[in-house]
Design a protein around this ligand. Structure first.
Ligand SMILES: C[S@@+](CC[C@H](N)C(=O)[O-])C[C@H]1O[C@@H](n2cnc3c(N)ncnc32)[C@H](O)[C@@H]1O
Ligand SMILES: C[C@H](CCN)[C@@H](N)C(=O)O
Ligand code: SF4
Length: 340
């Protein structure tokens, strides 16, 4: 097999690696990714708290439960609720708060003033890094979010095949979405790019995405397996075999040794943590406090109220693997020294 440790691949080589199905070859792929992760940061794994503070959305993404046309119960949390949940997460040991929202017209109307205030409190009072996942916003809003002190702007293209994008993010503009994150990067924010697995992409599409992540300078890169959502146009589509997601995680780790790569609890809950870490992920995302009334995205309730999506639970699994959760200071050092 190809020498994987070199880290730089042509598109053809990437497609060949994605085609691997022999157990021995797969093991080499995952072992290579794991050893790169260990070399970069020893036994540390980072952890993000997830705060999905409004589930109202003006868009109609075909894969998403919260799409505008889906007739579901929605919430818009108060500032107090958002801050209280953020504080609970911070006290439990997360390294960052990911403030995530549907593209809620209410926040666009007030030009994100409330979001700016929340970011400032988390940054200045709680001394904790912030990621903002607001969907597409115009440059003026990106300026405001950057000035408020947001460290990260997360915006996932889902695919870099424009035709497929049009089907998934129906009615949305590919370039506008791409340009929003490029502008955030230009403004000095770190950016996260992401892919969906199992939505009709080819291995060539995945290879294109893997290369694009590097070209645009994303410091955090992710893949999530598609989870079918009740009431959405893709409700009857199957969730893909997880091997595809694991291969993509491993390749991202090998291509981008410094990158933050999520093991998201939002796909298979806490039971999916170990495999993703073993594939090369170095960050646990979608940690949600039980009984807080806040939801996940792809798995909106799985493991939440049972307390499965907590630092406490993750710690137990990591300990069995000889790993531990990084401290907030270790995380701050990582993003200011290794990623800049
Ligand atoms: C809910 S959005 C939050 C931010 C903002 N609304 C946006 O779309 O950018 C975050 C991401 O969740 C992922 N997601 C949504 N629905 C999903 C599903 N059914 N299965 C897997 N991932 C999903 C997509 O990658 C999407 O970009
Ligand atoms: C997809 C979400 C992240 C948005 N920035 C969250 N459910 C996650 O898995 O981290
Ligand atoms: S993925 Fe984001 S933008 Fe698309 S419908 Fe869901 S919440 Fe809205």
């Amino acid at each position: 097999m190809l020498d994987l440790s070199k880290g730089k691949f042509t598109k053809e080589e990437l497609i060949n690696i994605l085609d691997i199905n022999e157990p021995e070859e797969l093991q080499i792929l995952f072992d290579t990714a794991q050893s790169i992760r260990r070399n970069m940061q020893g036994n540390k794994i980072f952890a993000y708290g997830f705060v999905y503070f409004t589930t109202f959305c003006r868009n109609n993404c075909n894969f998403c439960y919260y799409r505008k046309s889906n007739d579901i119960k929605r919430y818009r949390k108060t500032v107090e609720e958002i801050l209280e949940t953020s504080k609970t997460l911070i006290d439990s040991g997360v390294n960052l708060i990911d403030l995530t929202m549907g593209e809620d017209p209410e926040y666009h109307r007030e030009e994100f003033d409330t979001v700016v205030a929340i970011i400032k409190t988390i940054k200045n009072q709680y001394e904790t890094p912030v990621m903002i996942s607001p969907g597409v916003v115009d440059n003026k809003i990106v300026d405001k979010l950057a000035e408020a002190g947001a460290d990260w702007y997360a915006l996932y293209q889902e695919t870099h095949n424009r035709e497929l994008f049009k089907k998934l993010r129906h009615g949305q503009d590919y370039d506008q979405r791409m340009n929003a994150k490029l502008y955030a990067k230009q403004r000095g924010m770190l950016i996260e790019e992401g892919l969906l697995a199992g939505v009709g992409e080819s291995n060539e599409d995945i290879a294109d995405s893997l290369m694009t992540m590097g070209e645009i300078g994303a410091s955090q890169v992710r893949v999530m397996s598609f989870v079918p959502q009740e009431g959405s146009p893709m409700e009857k589509c199957k969730t893909p075999d997880r091997l595809e997601e694991m291969k993509i995680i491993a390749l991202m780790r090998i291509m981008y040794p410094h990158a933050l790569i999520p093991a998201s609890l939002d796909v298979d809950g806490i039971s999916g943590l170990k495999d993703r870490i073993n594939a090369g992920a170095n960050l646990i995302t979608s940690i949600i406090p039980p009984k807080s009334g806040f939801m996940g995205v792809a798995q909106n309730t799985m493991d939440v109220d049972e307390g499965g999506r907590t630092v406490e639970e993750a710690k137990i699994i990591l300990a069995e693997m000889g790993l531990r959760i990084a401290s907030r200071d270790e995380y701050k050092a990582y993003i200011s020294e290794d990623l800049k």
